[in-house]
Every structure is written in structure tokens, then in C-alpha cells.
Design a protein around this ligand. Sequence first.
Ligand code: F6P
Length: 343
Amino acid sequence: MQRIGILTGGGDCPGLNSVIRAVVRKGYNEGYEIIGIKNGWKGLIEADFTKLDLTSVSGILPKGGTILGTSRTNPYKKETDLEKLKQNFKNLELYALVAVGGEDTLGVAARLIKDGITNIVGVPKTIDNDLSCTDYTFGFDTAINIATECIDRLHTTAESHHRIIVVEVMGRHAGWIATSAGIAGGADVILIPEIPIDIDEVCNLIKKRHNRGKTFSIIVVAEGAKFKEGSLITQEEKLDEFGHVRLGGIGDIVAKEVEKRTGFETRVSVLGHIQRGGSPTAFDRILGTRFGIKAVELIKQKKFGRMVALSGNKIIDVDINEATKELKTVDMELYNIAKEFFG
Ligand code: F6P
């Protein structure tokens, strides 16, 4: 019996368990044995795994997070880790591996393929929706639904207290969550990493709105948004294993600046990991399920080095190198729609 491994790496994400369940169910139907590698690439370095059968994936569909655990461990950080990983791939007698992750996890997969661990297929995951070559990643739909509900709830307080509320959402390099939840929640200004913040412009929009009789406003800001060049405002810079800055705090800075410049009472609400937690939406469960099934089909067809993807309403497969080459930033057509409602 050929053995398939599956791992989930990077930030946890609603819908991961639907992929695991689909890989196990489809894998068994096709006659494969499935093992779950624990905690992303870390599990393959440490040979930490668990056998997955139909019982292990029973009842996990509505659960958030990942039953396999995750980590941001990068095996390319340490030569010895990489050697251990390669050795364990052999020792565990893996015929193929399904790597479920975002740009970092799949970037490692692409490098491993080049380094001779060829039998890998990728499944795109991230609430940020910033992976190329796929229209959507699972997790994003859940995140924007949570963020939209939060914006709705924050409207209540903003309106009753005549305040401005700055809502900080996730979105490291791309403002998909901010733009989408901002449109759905009726934000009055949306700030994203793709467009440097001009704080004067933000304040003018808010003042314009208040001049026409509105006494409250909602500003949605993506955590990765940055001020225009020349700004004196600085952010703390702690790095993770992939060299990414640990974000968070831009909402606070925007709130202080807006209050100072407009004189309107301002509060901030940082949604943080709430956006990544809890049960996935039906859309994310279905997408994760379709991705998982396709991943096993690719293995069966020996189509390695591919990433499953959504194109329109079809599940396709794309070159994993293409998918990890550059990030998919916000479509300006969508952002321009949001802008019609600013101020
Ligand atoms: O990769 C998804 C993401 O949620 C980003 O939006 C965010 O910047 C990052 O993960 C936060 O990572 P951590 O959970 O390690 O703080």
C-alpha cells in the first residue's frame, strides 16, 4: 500500500480540517495509506506523525484550526533540519506528500521539489487570500464573514457614542480582508498595504462625512498597511522564522492621529486571531473538500509539483513555482468600488 503524508503549516485557518478529511476519505477510497505529519515542516524534521483513518477524521468538518497542529518552522533555516527532513521522508516511506499552507509552507514545498523531494502537491491556504494562481484560498470567506459581523457590531457603539472606530483586520501584504469586509460592512475609509496611508486624506474624508451631518465613522485598516514615505511614525519590528515582521498596532496609530487631527473621539478595535478561529463557513468547507479530493487525484495521476487552485468555479492545478513566485495583491477594480463609499 502506498503511503501519503499530509501536513498543515503556517497560520491556522478555518477549513484545514475539511482538506484533511477529504484527503483521508479519497485516499482510502483510492487504496492509499494516510499519515498526518504533526505541526507543519517541524513534524517532518522530527518524524512526528500519526496514522489517519476514517475514524480520525470523523466529525472534524465543522471544527476550526487543524487536528494536525501547525508551526511556522522553516527547514531551510538550518542545514541539519533539512537533512533530517529529507531522511525522514525516506524513513517514513512516503510515496507522496500533500502540503497545505500559504506562501511560506508552499514556498518550502517548491524548494524541496527542486532539491529532489519531488512527490509533493500543494493546497493553498490563507485567510489573507494573497496566493497567486487561485481565485480564492479557503479560510478567507470565514475571515471576512467574522470581520463583517464585527464591523456591524462596532457600528452600534460608533453611532450611539458619536465616535470614530478604527477596526484593524489581518492582511500582511495584501488588503483583501480589509477591502472585502470593508465593502460588506459599509466602511467609510479602508486602508490597505497596497496603498500607503495619507493621514491628511483620511482625515479630510472623515471631516467631509461629519460635515454632511454624520456623527460617527468606521475606518478599516489592514495590519500590514504603512504610512506614506516621509512619515515619522514607526512600528515595532519582531521577526518570525520566515523573517516576517510580527504585525499589529497600526490601528492604534491611525486612531491617535485621526483623533488628534479631527478632534473627534476615536477608539480602536483589533480583531486579530478572532478572524482565524472557529468554525469554517459552508463556502470554506466546500472549497477545502474540493481541494483535498483534487490533491489525491493529482497524486494518483503522478502530477507532482502542482498546486490545486480555484479558477472561476472549477478546481484546476497549477505549477507550484508559479503560485509561490509572487503574492496576489488586491484587485484595484474592487478597491475602487469600496472607494465610492468613502467619506
Ligand atoms: O498568514 C495569515 C496571518 O493571519 C496574517 O494575516 C498575519 O499577519 C499572520 O498570519 C499572523 O501570524 P501569527 O499567528 O504567527 O501571529
